[in-house]
Design a protein around this ligand. Sequence first.
Ligand SMILES: [Zn+2]
Length: 187
Amino acid sequence: MSRVCSTGCGTELGAKNKSGLCRPCRCKATMCNPEVQARSTAGLKRYLTDPVHRAERTAMSAKNLARWRASPEGRAKTREFAMANLAKAYEFDATERRRRQRQAAYPGIPESRWDECVALKKHMTAAEAKQMIRDDEALRERKRKAAMSPFERDMERLRNGAGLVAAPDFRTSNPDFTIGGIASASL
Ligand SMILES: [Zn+2]
């Protein structure tokens, strides 16, 4: 009766097989064994401490990479990467440049309201549009502050860097003497 690989992969085993695993399953099991992995990593590290071996490996990697880059597939991929990077860099540049231009054009106006400014400019001058947004911002800020409790306002001031000021104590203390030996409570 023929035996099959114990992983259930369905491969029939030869008569001389001792491990109970087919060749691919045995390789996989070995490679996945952490002990084997550790030994292999340690061995490679030891191997690479030798400068000659290290140089050989580096040269080999470089050669393989160069060969891949020279192949039609490698050429196409390299070109694709380069174009994607260029496009990304250009896009970032254009967006950032535009943002800085608008920041300079709308001083004191938050970025979230720049688009509103642009829309308003169709109906009035740029200066009027900017003033309108600034006034509205000031109004919103006043409303926001008014809705806060004094405690919240103080906490916000502290968060924004306000220092603590000691409140002067004008309370007078009780006299620590009696009049002619009569306790003050009986006066
Ligand atoms: Zn198997």
